[in-house]
Ligand binder design. Sequence first.
Ligand code: FAD
Ligand code: MLT
Ligand code: ZN
Length: 447
Amino acid sequence: MAGYASDWRNAYSGTPAAVVRPGGTEEVAAVVALCAEAGVAMVPQGGNTGLCGAAVPDHTGGQVVLSLTRMRRIRDVDLANQTITVEAGAVLKSVQAAAAAAGRLFPLSLGAEGSCTIGGNLATNAGGTGVLRYGTMRDLTLGLEVVLPDGRIWNGLRGLRKDNTGYDLKQLFIGAEGTLGVITAAVLKLFPAVRNRATAWIALPGPQAGIDLIGILREQAGDRLTGFEIMSRQSLGFVLRHASGARDPFGERHPWYALVELNDTLPAAGLDGVLESALGDAIGTGVVSDAVIASSPAQAAALWALREGISEAQNHEGPSLKHDVSVPVSRIPTFLARTDRALRELVPGIRIVTYGHVGDGNLHYNLSKPERSGDAEFQARAADLARVIYDATSACDGSISAEHGLGQSKRGIVADYKGRHELDLMRGLKQLFDPRGLMNPGKLLPD
Ligand code: FAD
Ligand code: MLT
Ligand code: ZN
């Protein structure tokens, strides 16, 4: 059971009572009904790539891991309706491939796409690198099939873009981290295939320049701006040190970088020209220090690998304290200036690994220990450091979890940042769906 008992980073582990791998919705329902009858808690699990310990059982030996990974069928592709119906255990990459084979695009994209599943993407309301244009899983989902905590099956697999027949129940299960039921299938939106793409790696003097550049690109490329990622030199430095074959696109060092992608459905959209012109203007006004535009799909992939490699590279530098925050895009420079300063005062020499989907206001504000300091010594400061970051996030009207969720890691602290009434309503919903508290207990909701 080892592979199901701890997470991708080995940051969280537990002791399952059993691991159950049903092969279809009826089997999930039978397992859930049995657990409900016996009063046994269940932990739904997909690809187990989540970053906040939400898919891992506790240490009591009394929780059953319910793995959806055998349920990976593509049930239907409806081209006229622009939808794909998939089972929850389907790996994201295979859903992207099924859409591509039908001449369409399923746009969710993230570093773990080769292992994470649609069920996990839904349960965490995953974001990733295309949110700027296509939105999060909440925006990409039309219908769900869910096994409720008592074993009943709710068939909400409607592929409708308009349905005003009352509360939008599917949205309650999206982002619920498996605490309200087990998602077994979903109807997802498809989009026209991308036929022209331009990718650039850009050197920036600072975070404010990144925000200014988003404005320039919005003006000149409109909604063809699909991805806008930012990363600090510290982040790139870790990738260059640890990822085999990684190469700095520039000869000299810069404090900040952006990775930009434009896409269009028209093959002759001329996006390289659009990007070149926008970047030319940005260099002219000092917003951008230097830029390279990928001249082939292979070069574009190499640039994306630098960005996608940060999370893995940081693991080689000792414990990585992850903070997945969002603030309004306009407040990012202030947030970073204040928080960087406060953290450096608290732990001199701390290595701040800032990167993320900055076009959505989402920063991965991760921390590594100072060089030559001990892992345990650094871990011991984790709560103090998180407090500084979350207080600053809150002061900027932000969220302490932009896309990874609360899981085990943030369920305690969220009570300090969410309003009492909001938490009361969330507890009320939990009570309504799962009165016996058997569905992924110890996750998301504070005690
Ligand atoms: P798991 O980790 O197995 O589970 C996550 C949660 O979903 C748990 O609460 C679990 O109980 C619940 N769950 C799983 N399946 C179901 C189901 N069928 N029904 C009900 N509940 C279920 N996330 C982002 O949003 N954006 C990113 O850019 C991003 N980048 C990442 C990069 C790397 C390298 C890694 C390792 C992770 C990244 N993540 C990112 C986090 C993670 O991959 C996503 O949250 C992903 O959506 C989780 O999917 P999973 O199948 O692995 O879910
Ligand atoms: C990413 O975007 O790379 C992940 O969501 C961030 C992380 O692994 O901390
Ligand atoms: Zn991310």
